[in-house]
Design a protein around this ligand. Structure first.
Ligand SMILES: *Cc1c(COP(=O)(O)O)cnc(C)c1O
Length: 367
């Protein structure tokens, strides 16, 4: 049973659509292919895809095979292209093909496997070229070998070549322009493939990074391109937790595990029904704040598994059942994440409030 007064996450699908429009403006004529991995960054891949489809998105990225299969099922008969970033992993061929998923091929063995999977027909594929992240993808010299051995590609409809930026959130970082130049050089070896380089932050680096397709994730979900709130990006997720109890803590007494916080004065303290088991980072204290009754309120003492304490001294509105914003339109995602020593991505994807997800704004439907 879902208690109305449990901690909850509210997802504003209209704000999602507004962010999609803002990023589309940044993308010029390039296609936006949203990243829906990790269940749409914790916000619900099916619901997010539904609305983004209604906003015109026709291609999506997931990381895992299982995410691709689930997204295909959620999209039903809508003819979306679903790219799987893990690529053609061992044993995945029939499942990829059965769910009409396009693997992003990351290595020569993956290319071989997908080419073999095609048997007598042809299969669509994307190619991941590594230009400096040193994570997934072929090295540029491997691409040169590949294009010289056309039989390796003969059953593949290589529709897209992608690379991923390591430092797009630091516009002045020299690796950005190095990756851009290397990407242009390598993509030129595959002149018939469309090109995709930018994630959300990449769309803020300038027109040169747009190419044919961009793959935004965090910008759609409310994170700014440089880890700070950005005026073009709206809050999408609001996480709130109810007050369980309001108490007075006398000067000199401590609050929470380890007795690490000691009240320097008599304080009114609200105990919230949320903790690290719900995805509130334990490291939110000592720098974290929450939003209540029109103002930021500091955390007091360590975040526990199920509980956290907040300073509500001089705040009459604090009473059991009142909801406190952990992040959302007032306590912005990037700021809450930074206070906890993490980033917007980790904060969103670690939330464990799935049972109490609510959606507001227009749904996508079978547009
Ligand atoms: C996650 C991911 C993206 C989206 O990145 P954001 O920073 O969330 O916009 C794009 N491309 C690849 C390869 C990714 O793994």
């Amino acid at each position: 049973m879902t208690d109305l007064h449990d901690a909850r996450i509210t997802i504003d699908l209209d704000a999602l659509a507004a962010n999609h429009a803002a990023l589309r403006a940044r993308a010029g004529g390039a296609e936006l292919a949203p990243a829906l991995k990790a269940d749409g960054y914790g916000l619900g891949a099916a619901e997010v895809a539904d609305r983004l489809w209604a906003e015109g998105a026709r291609s999506f990225y997931v990381a895992r095979l299982a995410e691709g299969v689930a997204l295909r099922r959620a999209l039903g008969d809508r003819e979306a292209t679903i790219y799987v970033l893990d690529g053609a992993t061992p044993g995945s061929g029939d499942t990829l093909q059965g769910a009409d998923l396009v693997p992003v091929l990351n290595s020569l063995p993956q290319i071989e496997a997908w080419n073999a999977q095609a048997r007598s027909g042809r299969l669509k594929a994307a190619l991941h070229v590594d230009t400096g992240m040193n994570r997934l993808g072929l090295r540029p010299e491997e691409v040169k070998v590949l294009v010289g051995a056309t039989d390796r590609l003969k059953r593949l409809d290589l529709d897209l070549v992608i690379s991923h930026l390591a430092c797009a959130d630091e516009p002045a970082h020299p690796l950005n322009t190095r990756q851009l130049a290397l990407f242009e050089e390598v993509a030129a070896l595959l002149p018939h493939a469309r090109r995709s380089l930018a994630n959300s932050a990449g769309l803020f680096l300038g027109e040169a990074y747009r190419f044919d397709q961009a793959r935004p994730g965090i910008g759609l979900y409310g994170g700014g391109p440089e880890g700070y709130p950005h005026p073009e990006i709206r809050a999408v997720a609001t996480v709130e937790a109810p007050i369980l109890q309001v108490r007075v803590t006398p000067r000199g007494e401590s609050i929470g595990y380890g007795a690490r916080f000691v009240a320097t004065d008599t304080m009114r303290v609200a105990i919230l029904a949320a903790g690290y088991a719900d995805g509130v980072p334990r490291a939110s204290w000592p720098n974290g704040q929450v939003w209540f009754d029109g103002a930021p309120r500091p955390l007091l003492g360590r975040v526990s598994m199920d509980l956290m304490a907040v300073d509500v001294t001089d705040c009459d509105a604090a009473r059991p059942g009142a909801m406190v914003e952990l992040f959302g339109p007032n306590m912005l995602l990037d700021n809450a994440a930074r206070a906890a020593g993490t980033n917007a991505y980790e904060l969103l994807t670690r939330l464990t409030l799935r049972a109490t997800r609510r959606y507001v704004g227009l749904r996508g439907g079978q547009a």
